[in-house]
Write a protein that binds this ligand. Structure first.
Ligand code: ADP
Ligand code: MG
Length: 397
C-alpha cells in the first residue's frame, strides 16, 4: 500500500512531468483573473523541491469542464503567470499539452526550468485515458510526480495513463500528506466513528452513505440532503432544495438499510426563509413543521446541540458537506457550530469536500482539525475504502 514519494528519488537533471491540481476558481467576468490561488500555493513545496534539485519540470493539470475542445476561458495561462510570481522565475505557457511544438518546448528546457502545459481536458482523450494521448503527454519524461490528490479517483490519461510510459512514478508532497493523514478515517469503524454528510446531492454521496453507515456509530445528515430524507419519510419540505434524484436515493437507503437506520441522525429542527411572498422573514421550525412557501436553508438550534454532542463524544470524525446554505448568513450557523464542535473535540478529525474545506478555511479552523483534505470525491472514495486508480498507478515504496 505504501507508495514511493518524491524524497525517495533522485531528481537532479531528470525530465519530470508533474500532475498538479491548478483547477482554480476564475472570475466570472474576467477568466484571466484567479479569485483564489490556494491550490497553486499548495503545490509550491513539490515544485520548489524539483527546481532546487535541478530537475527539468513540465506541469500538467485540468481546469474546469471544457467540452472536450480548447476553450480560452479555461486556459491555464493565468495559473502559469501566478506560479511564476510565487516561484520568482519565468514559467512559460505551452500552447497545448501535446503536439510537436510542445514536445520541442519540453526538449529545450534546462535544469531548474518550469513549463506549464495547457488544460489536459481540451482533449477528449484525457478522460478516456487514451493510450496514444497518454504517451504524448508523458513525452520525454523519466520521472512522474502526482501531486493532484483531488483527481486520483479518476483513471484519466494525466493521472493513470502516463504512468505506463514513465519509468519512475511517485507521489508529490501534497499526495504524500493525504496518504498519511486519511488512513485513520479509512480504517475507523464501530464505536466512536462519526460520519457527517452534508451538502446538496444525496445521489453523489449515496455510495459513501451505503458503505459508511454500517461502519459508523453515527451518521449525521445535514444540508439540503436532509430534505431528501424528509421527503422520503413523507414530510412536507415546502420550497426547499430537494431534487427527485436525491429523494429516490434517500428512499433507497431508508428501505434497504433498515437494520442500520438507527445510526442515521436527521435534523430535528430547521431554519427556513419565507420565499412566497418574499418577505425575507426567517424562522425556526421543528422537522415536521416546514410549510409550503418556506425554504429550509439550515439545521436549527436543537439540531446544532444534538450534532455537537455526537461530535464531542467521537474518537474519529469524517466530515463531508456543509450543514446548510453557509454562503448566506444566517444560514451559516449550523455549519459554523459543527466546525466549532470539530475544532473542540479530542477526536481525530478529517474534513473533505470542496465546500466543507472552504468553510473550514474561511473560519480559520484549518489548523484546529487533524486534516483538511484537498480532495472532494477522492477523499470520500478513499475513506469509504475504495482504492484510487491514481494511487495504485504509482510505484510501491
Ligand atoms: P462539498 O463540496 O463539501 O462536497 P456539496 O458540493 O455537496 O459539498 O454541497 C455544498 C453546497 O450545498 C453549498 O453550495 C451549499 O450552499 C449547498 N447547500 C447545503 N445545504 C443547503 C440547503 N439547505 N439549501 C440550499 N443549498 C444548500
Ligand atoms: Mg461542492
Amino acid at each position: 500500500m505504501a507508495k514511493k514519494g518524491l524524497r525517495q528519488v533522485d531528481c537532479a537533471g531528470k525530465r519530470t512531468l508533474v500532475r498538479v491540481d491548478f483547477n482554480v476558481p476564475l472570475d466570472k467576468q474576467d477568466s484571466t483573473v484567479i479569485t483564489d490561488d490556494t491550490r497553486i500555493r499548495a503545490a509550491l513545496p513539490t515544485i520548489q523541491h524539483l527546481v532546487d534539485a535541478g530537475a527539468i519540470v513540465t506541469l500538467c493539470s485540468h481546469l474546469g469542464r471544457p467540452k472536450d475542445a480548447p476553450d480560452s476561458s479555461m486556459s491555464l495561462a493565468p495559473a502559469a503567470e501566478r506560479l511564476g510570481q510565487l516561484l520568482g522565475i519565468e514559467v512559460p505557457m505551452a500552447p497545448d499539452c501535446v503536439g510537436d511544438e510542445v514536445a520541442q518546448m519540453r526538449a529545450d528546457l534546462q535544469a531548474g526550468q518550469v513549463l506549464m502545459l495547457e488544460n489536459t481536458r481540451f482533449h477528449r482523450e484525457e478522460k478516456k485515458n487514451d493510450p496514444d494521448f497518454a504517451k504524448a503527454l508523458a513525452g520525454d519524461a523519466e520521472l512522474f510526480v502526482d501531486d493532484a490528490f483531488g483527481s486520483m479517483h479518476r483513471a484519466h490519461a494525466s493521472t493513470v495513463g502516463v504512468t505506463e510510459y514513465i519509468d519512475v512514478c511517485v507521489s508529490g508532497f501534497l499526495v504524500e500528506r493525504e496518504l498519511e493523514k486519511l488512513p485513520p478515517a479509512r480504517e475507523a469503524g464501530g464505536d466512536g466513528f462519526v460520519v457527517i454528510m452534508g451538502g446538496a446531492k444525496v445521489e453523489d454521496k449515496i455510495d459513501a452513505i451505503k458503505m459508511l453507515l454500517p461502519r459508523a456509530e453515527r451518521m449525521i445528515i445535514g444540508g439540503a440532503m436532509s430534505w431528501a430524507f424528509f421527503k422520503a419519510q413523507g414530510k412536507e419540505v415546502g420550497a426547499s432544495l430537494c431534487k427527485p434524484d436525491s429523494v429516490e436515493a434517500a428512499t433507497e437507503i431508508l428501505a434497504n438499510m433498515a437494520e442500520h437506520i438507527d445510526r442515521l441522525m436527521l435534523p430535528v429542527d430547521v431554519n427556513m426563509l419565507q420565499v412566497d411572498p418574499d418577505t425575507g422573514e426567517t424562522k425556526f421550525a421543528p422537522a415536521d413543521g416546514i410549510e409550503p412557501g418556506w425554504d429550509a436553508l439550515d439545521i436549527g438550534p436543537e439540531t446544532r446541540e444534538l450534532y455537537g454532542r455526537a461530535v464531542k463524544d467521537a474518537t474519529v470524525v469524517f466530515w463531508n458537506g456543509p450543514m446548510g446554505y453557509f454562503e448566506k448568513p444566517p444560514f451559516d450557523e449550523g455549519t459554523v457550530a459543527l466546525a466549532q464542535a470539530l475544532a473542540e473535540t479530542d477526536a481525530y478529525t478529517v474534513v473533505g469536500g470542496g465546500d466543507s474545506a472552504a468553510a473550514m478555511n474561511q473560519l480559520g479552523f484549518e489548523d484546529k482539525v487533524s486534516h483538511v483534505s484537498t480532495g472532494g470525491g477522492a477523499s470520500i472514495e478513499f475513506v469509504q475504502g475504495d482504492s484510487l486508480p491514481g494511487v495504485d498507478a504509482l510505484d510501491d515504496a
